[in-house]
Design a protein around this ligand. Structure first.
Ligand SMILES: [Mg+2]
Length: 263
């Protein structure tokens, strides 16, 4: 699929919200970092934009789903929405239900050993806060490094670790780092599993990063895919929303559309 730079396409948004107002079921899927929360060098301090948590606590007649590369319970704690929504973590390897249950797909011993090796390499070459070991992935975070340092560390990691864990695992790039994770799941498979439960629902996915492109593809042409970033970039997303203003306006419009759905 060809990538294009999405715009704040009002006609497309109008058409989607008309569809949303008339739909019996609706699902709103949201990435967390960069989409609902601005980036922070200290990842544990990445809180949502002002106004996001209140809005997500009140989304009428909608299945609300977060889809993140972070562990699901990290997202729950940072988001601060009660009751917590459904959260798919580690790119869909984990699923936290609103009632607190957590499901996680098990990885093989070989995959876990490869993750151990990647983690050890990271700890030997990077500051401790830059290595994140998750239940099914290892992320190396470069945010705050100069472009030159980032290029140097990336090249070193690729030279040392490129073939690690294949074909069970693969390296993917995100906005400020790289991650070794399962080839079985990505944000697109997570979105597809949610949509399989409710194939006729009006659905939208909001995301910012390379890893969200799989989810934009999974939403397809029948739903709405929105790139949420200060500046747009080439993407599969249909529209662009500049955070926080256009994001908050989108959430308000969603609430108003679903609040008036005839029962
Ligand atoms: Mg993101």
């Amino acid at each position: 699929m060809e990538l294009r730079v999405p715009t704040a396409d009002c006609d497309r948004l109008d058409r989607f919200f008309a569809h949303l107002r008339a739909a019996a079921d609706a699902v709103l899927l949201l990435d967390y970092d960069g989409t609902l929360a601005p980036f922070r060098v200290e990842r544990g301090e990445a809180r949502p934009y002002v106004g996001v948590a209140e809005r997500l606590a009140d989304v009428p007649r909608t299945r609300l789903v977060l889809v993140s590369g972070r562990p699901a319970l990290d997202v729950r704690a940072l988001l601060g929405v009660e009751p917590a929504p459904e959260i798919w973590g580690v790119h869909g390897l984990e699923r936290a239900y609103p009632d607190g249950r957590l499901e996680r797909e098990a990885l093989s011993t070989a995959a876990l050993e490869a993750l151990d090796l990647a983690e050890r390499w990271g700890r030997a070459h990077l500051a401790p806060g830059r290595v994140e070991r998750k239940a099914g992935a290892v992320a190396l975070h470069f945010r705050g490094l100069s472009a030159r340092e980032t290029a140097r560390v990336t090249a070193e990691a690729e030279a040392a670790l490129a073939d690690l864990g294949r074909p069970l695992l693969r390296w993917t790039r995100f906005d400020a780092g790289m991650e070794l994770r399962s080839t079985r799941v990505d944000k697109g498979t997570a979105v597809a599993r949610v949509l399989a439960d409710m194939p006729r629902a009006a659905a939208a996915y909001l995301g910012d990063d390379e890893t969200d492109e799989d989810a934009f593809a999974a939403i397809g042409e029948t739903g709405l895919s929105a790139l949420v970033r200060p500046e747009p970039r080439p993407s599969r997303a249909q529209v662009w929303l500049r955070p926080p203003e256009a994001l908050l306006a989108f959430l308000d419009r969603w609430r108003d559309a679903r609040a008036t759905v005839p029962r």
